[in-house]
Design a protein around this ligand. Structure first.
Ligand SMILES: [Fe+2]
Ligand SMILES: [Fe+2]
Length: 194
């Protein structure tokens, strides 16, 4: 959150605002471009991983929340493509090891929990929130980097996505706290009685 609010210190900079990166890219511009490729890969990968999570979920509430976020993720990919354009580079994905690990963790949670159980949903929510937190950290950093580099249009696009990731995270917390955690706890008690 602090990242996104960092005031742009671009006033004294000679960098051309919002006109993309020049030919002789600075180290920071290259780093920004690299981070874009990384999150572009992550978002694309999520469009394949999230439908599996949605199918595996027990409650309609969680399924709907994930479905909404799949649609948002497709939009986020489009925004990243716009940012690549602003930067003057072709949209390109570079494997993000961190996201791959988080998605694998989600897959093993699904394997280890019973189909149709509330514990399955507790696990999916946790896995999904780890993904959202990674994205929040990434987009928070990208927004302030874009501002620093004088790319306000890019910063605005990235900020829209940052807000969606934050809302998704908050929505998942609400689902967990309203019902699912409690019901998963009840499910264990029923099993113990058997
Ligand atoms: Fe995303
Ligand atoms: Fe997300």
């Amino acid at each position: 959150m602090a990242n996104a609010k960092t005031p742009a210190k671009t006033a004294k900079k000679k960098a051309a605002p919002s006109s993309g990166m020049g030919e002789g890219n600075t180290q920071l511009e290259k780093f920004f471009h690299d981070c874009l490729k990384d999150i572009y890969w992550a978002e694309k990968h999520l469009t394949k991983a999230l439908p599996k999570m949605m199918k595996a979920a027990t409650t309609d509430e969680l399924k709907t929340a994930i479905e909404t976020h799949i649609e948002q993720t497709v939009g986020q990919i489009g925004r990243l493509e716009q940012v690549f354009e602003i930067v003057g580079k072709k949209a390109q994905a570079k494997k993000c090891e961190a996201m791959e690990g988080l998605i694998k963790e989600g897959e093993s949670i699904i394997e280890e929990t019973e189909d149709g159980s509330m514990t399955r949903d507790v696990g999916i929510i946790m896995a999904a929130q780890k993904v959202e937190h990674y994205e929040i950290a990434t987009y928070g950093g990208l927004v302030s980097l874009a501002r620093t580099l004088g790319m306000d249009d890019a910063a605005e696009l990235l900020e829209q996505t940052l807000e969606e990731e934050k809302q998704t995270d908050a929505g998942l917390t609400e689902i967990a706290e309203n019902n699912i955690n409690w019901e998963a706890e009840q499910e264990d008690e029923t099993e113990e009685e058997e």
